[in-house]
Design a protein around this ligand. Structure first.
Ligand code: UDX
Length: 450
């Protein structure tokens, strides 16, 4: 099949590359000429394991094309995927500006009937707006073509996006149009070889499914973070509780890891957008508000523990931070818990030495330049370099090389007594206590540390 994917961000590029890998001809379109030139030269704008190889091979074999001109793609394609950003507006609601602009561009260039697919995460009712924009642009050209709009949300995890796309738990296709349904069935047929993964539903049902899925996952995390906070007060180890409740198949082990709070490009934005969708129709989002509030509090939890140990003023102190990205396997800094933590430490007068296997280049753009030139914030080239002469180590992102470190080296490098704040519960508090390391986890028996 021949299709266009508009937007070569994270979702668009993975979608385009994976459809090309399945034998389709794909035109990836973006208005950012620099990005398109980079892609043509094999330079990817994002870090995603395995993606560079798929992009390179499919481009070389002529199935994957990059262009800034939608018109170049339009003459060949019947299917148009919209995969542009829907950033939060001031009030948290999704900004549809880019999505609707693309809809107008599609209406301005198509010469035959088309199917438009919303891949971007968009509020319920957006498909109707997209259809209206395409039709208005067609009408302005004196044309009347059949346009169907499908909602086909993505469920890609950063760091595992290729696997998630190629072997998805489910593919949600929301459409009220029979022809669009059969075209989508044909497109996704290669993904259904072991069993049918496509779930068909109405277009509004699909739009809501995306928000409900992310909000449910965010709810699980916030719930567990609240339990962890209680565990600390009652001298309970939340890790035991996690295993205890996860064994119930109705609860399950996924997404109940307490930590330093959820971040990333999806959960914070989508929970906020759903809150706004609720308010817009007069529904008080009681659960969603609580999910957000707990997450905001959770992002302060490491800082609070540090202040509780070292005092409000952290002047003269140095902290070694392990992990900057919002989760392992990505260089994405969006809404990362490391941001409020490092900001809080530096604002209280501390110096921070930080290491991340891939996110340092992005982190350098996030934090104020003067902190970096004045060496209040230093990025190190090695994980142990971040610990040299530090008062404590703070683990924020659970990259694999941090999971089983050389604790002798940690003790040697940190000031004595060695203190670890473990924001992802990677270490065994009792084993560390035996090593003579003072340990603070999330919802662990932190009394051991006193
Ligand atoms: C998420 C969804 O999983 C994906 O389906 C959707 O399409 C986009 O949003 P992603 O943002 O890549 O994907 O991250 P994910 O792996 O889901 O993790 C989100 C955040 O939750 C991270 O900050 C992670 O550290 C945190 N998390 C996750 C926890 O704190 N505890 C957990 O148990 C799981």
């Amino acid at each position: 099949m021949k299709l266009a994917v508009i937007g070569t961000g994270y979702v668009g590029l993975v979608t385009g590359a994976c459809f090309a890998e399945m034998g389709n001809s794909v035109w990836c379109v973006d208005i950012d000429a620099e990005k398109i030139e980079g892609l043509k030269a094999g330079r990817l704008p994002i870090y995603e394991p395995g993606l560079d190889e798929i992009v390179e091979r499919n481009a070389r074999e002529g199935r994957l094309h990059f262009t800034t001109q939608l018109a170049d793609a339009a003459s060949a394609c019947d299917l148009f995927f919209i995969a542009v950003g829907t950033p939060p507006q001031e009030d948290g609601s999704a900004d549809l500006h880019h999505v609707l602009a693309v809809a107008r561009q599609i209406g301005a260039v198509i010469e035959r009937d088309a199917i438009v697919v919303d891949k971007s995460t968009v509020p319920v009712g957006t498909a109707e707006l997209v259809k209206a924009e395409v039709e208005a642009a067609l009408a302005a050209r004196g044309k009347s073509l059949a346009v169907a709009v499908v909602s086909n949300p993505e469920f890609l995890k950063e760091g595992a996006a290729i696997e998630d796309f190629m072997r998805p738990d489910r593919i949600v296709v929301g459409t009220d149009d029979e022809r669009a349904r059969s075209v989508m069935a044909e497109l996704y047929a290669p993904f259904n070889r072991s069993h049918q993964r496509v779930i068909y539903m109405g277009v509004r049902d699909a739009e809501m499914t995306k928000y409900a899925a992310n909000a449910m996952l965010a709810t699980k995390i916030s719930f567990m973070n609240e339990i962890a906070t209680l565990c600390e007060q009652y001298d309970v180890d939340v890790e035991k509780v996690r295993i205890g409740i996860g064994s119930d198949s109705r609860i399950g082990y996924h997404f109940i890891y307490p930590g330093a709070g959820y971040g990333g490009s999806c959960f914070p934005k989508d929970v906020k957008a759903l809150v706004q969708m609720a308010r817009r129709v007069g529904v008080e989002p009681l659960v969603l508000d609580a999910v957000e509030a707990r997450n905001a509090a959770q992002k302060q939890t490491l800082l609070n523990k540090i202040v509780a140990r070292f005092g409000e003023s952290l002047a003269g102190r140095t902290f070694g931070v392990w992990g900057l990205a919002f989760k392992p396997g990505t260089d994405d800094m969006r809404e990362a818990p490391s941001i409020p933590l490092i900001t809080g430490l530096i604002e209280r007068g501390a110096c921070v030495k930080a290491y991340d296997p891939v996110a340092i280049a992005n982190a350098q753009k996030v934090f104020p330049q003067d902190w970096q030139t004045e060496e209040r914030l230093i990025f190190t080239t090695h994980q142990y370099g971040a610990l040299e002469g530090a008062d404590a180590m703070v683990l924020v992102t659970e990259w694999k090389p941090f999971r089983h470190p050389d604790f002798e080296a940690v003790k040697r490098l940190l000031k004595s007594p060695a203190v670890i704040f473990d924001g992802r519960n990677q270490y065994d508090p009792e084993a560390l206590a035996r090593e003579g390391i003072v340990y603070y986890g999330i919802g662990r028996r932190n009394r051991l540390a006193q």
